[in-house]
Structure formats: C-alpha cells, structure tokens
Design a protein around this ligand. Structure first.
Ligand code: NDP
Ligand code: 8X3
Length: 250
C-alpha cells in the first residue's frame, strides 16, 4: 500500500523516537527521522523497507539549522501530518545548588527551545492544511518534581504548559495536540543522564521498567483515534512504579 501520510520524529536515533519511527512505518507513514548521530539515522533507514525515509541530521538546539532543515524540505515532504517532539535528555542528577550551568543550558536548549524551534516551523504547515497532530513527549517529571531532578523536571513542566498552550491556539485550526508522559523507560536516557552504562543499568534493577516499544504503542493508540477524538494527555507508568520516586523493587 502507498503511504499517504508524513510524520517527523525528532530524536529518532535511539529509544522512544526510534521505536516510534518503526511503529509509524508499520502504520504506513512516510517518515522524516532526525538526530545528531548520522550513522544511527543511516542504520534506521536501512531497517525500514516499506515506506519512504528522509534523514535530517542536525542539532535541535541550533535554531538557524533547525529552520533551514525544515524550510529546505523537498516539496513532496512538506505536508507533514504528524510531529512527534521527542528529542530530549536529562544531563546529570544533582542538588540545585551544585548544578552544572552548562548542563542546565543543554536541557533547556534541547527539551524546551528545541521543541519550540521545530514546532514553529511545522505548525504553519499544519495550520495551512487545516489538519495535523502534534505529540509532545513529556515525562512523569513534567507532573512531579523529585530531588536532584530540579532543572530536568522544570523543562518537562514547561513541555506540559507549552502543550496546553498549543492545544488552545491550534483549536481553531483542527489540529490535535497530545502530551505523553512516561515513567521510567529503559532506553539510553539514564546512560546519557549519568554518563556511564553501569550506573544506568542500576536504575532499572529489581523491577520491570517500560521499554521504548511501550511508548510507541501508546503513541500508536493516540494517533489512530477517530478524527473527532483527541487524547489530550497520557501518563504511562511501569506497573512497578506508582510515582516518580515510588518504585516497587524485588
Ligand atoms: P534516548 O537517550 O534513548 O534518546 C534521546 C533522543 O533524543 C536521541 O535520539 C537523541 O539523538 C535525541 N537528542 C538529544 N539531544 C538532541 C539534540 N540536541 N538534537 C537532536 N536530537 C537530540 O532517550 P529516550 O528515548 O528515553 O528519550 C526520548 C524522550 O523521552 C526525551 O524527551 C526524554 O526526556 C523523554 N522521556 C524519557 C523517559 C525515560 O525514562 N527514558 C521517561 C519520560 C520521558 P542524538 O543523540 O542522535 O542527537
Ligand atoms: C524520565 C523519567 O523519572 O527519570 O523523564 O525523570 S524520570
């Protein structure tokens, strides 16, 4: 079957973004995959056989580059139906008074400003088409604040607020806006946050966390509702996790 829809997924080189890219290919979307690691984009492109894949290799913190990448999309790729704002990270875990300002900036620039830079380019396309769906990957950290998570939690609270603002402003244009807030998902997230695999593996010891595929399935549910139905938000946790800090470990 010919793909009729186009999706762009930021941060498709790993974890949730990569799982979403595969899920969208399965659902017959042509996909635009983005990320900084070109080799990972190449590998993912090779895995996907049934739809068209366009790779955009850029750092979402770079406003000019983000603008250029979207403005220079080939005409056949411009009519984007679905934007998954997934690229993001936590850098470090420390009391706020000991925080590293460079890491704060990295999180704010990626999780908030990067999301805004790319949305700013894509929302007018959706408005012109009078249709579209924006799915923002938030976090339990956007609902709760936990010790040493200060700035990361702040960025995800911002994602929650921006999502609500988008939903209100997109209302008149028929565009759906959803936030998905996962609890702990075993991806490269903790390795990026803690700087090494050994400490990252410990985060997921003693219980079954979520996996990237679980969140891709959640996105799949959200994007396959009837045209008149929007899922505003979903908070998706491992069965063994009740709150950001209450995890049942055996
Ligand atoms: P991963 O580390 O596995 O993936 C993160 C993705 O973001 C990568 O593809 C990475 O690509 C991309 N990315 C990071 N920084 C940039 C940048 N500056 N420019 C472009 N792309 C960037 O983690 P997850 O899959 O877990 O994270 C995906 C999203 O899910 C994030 O927003 C995260 O906050 C959120 N989340 C994660 C949870 C978890 O427990 N894992 C729980 C709740 C939310 P590259 O490095 O190639 O640029
Ligand atoms: C990632 C989930 O709980 O590590 O957003 O902040 S948590």
């Amino acid at each position: 079957m010919m793909a009729t829809k186009t999706a762009i997924i930021t941060g498709a080189t790993s974890g949730i973004g990569k799982a979403c890219a595969k899920m969208l290919a399965k659902n017959n979307y042509n996909i635009i995959i983005t990320g900084r690691r070109a080799n990972r984009l190449n590998d993912l492109e090779k895995e996907i056989k049934n739809v068209k894949v366009l790779k955009l290799n850029f750092d979402i913190r770079d406003r000019k580059e983000t603008e250029k990448q979207i403005q220079n999309l080939p005409k056949s790729w411009k009519n984007i139906d679905l934007l998954i704002n997934n690229a993001g990270l936590a850098a470090g875990l420390s009391d706020i008074q000991d925080g590293d300002v460079d890491k704060w900036e990295q999180m704010i620039d990626t999780n908030i400003k990067g999301l805004l830079y790319i949305s700013k380019q894509i929302m007018p396309i959706m408005v012109a088409n009078k249709k579209g769906h924006i799915v923002n990957i938030s976090s339990i950290a956007g609902k709760e604040t936990y010790g040493k998570g200060n700035v990361y939690c702040g960025t995800k609270h911002a994602v929650e607020a921006i999502t609500k603002g988008m939903r209100i402003d997109m209302l008149a244009h028929g565009i759906k806006v959803t936030s998905i807030a996962p609890g702990m998902v075993n991806t490269e997230f903790s390795e990026v946050r803690l700087g090494n695999k050994k400490d990252a593996d410990k985060v997921y010891e003693g219980f079954t966390p979520l996996y990237a595929k679980d969140i891709a399935e959640t996105v799949e549910f959200v994007i396959t509702r009837s045209a008149h139905v929007n899922i505003n938000e979903m908070l998706v946790m491992p069965t063994a996790q009740a709150t950001a800090t209450n995890t049942f470990k055996q």
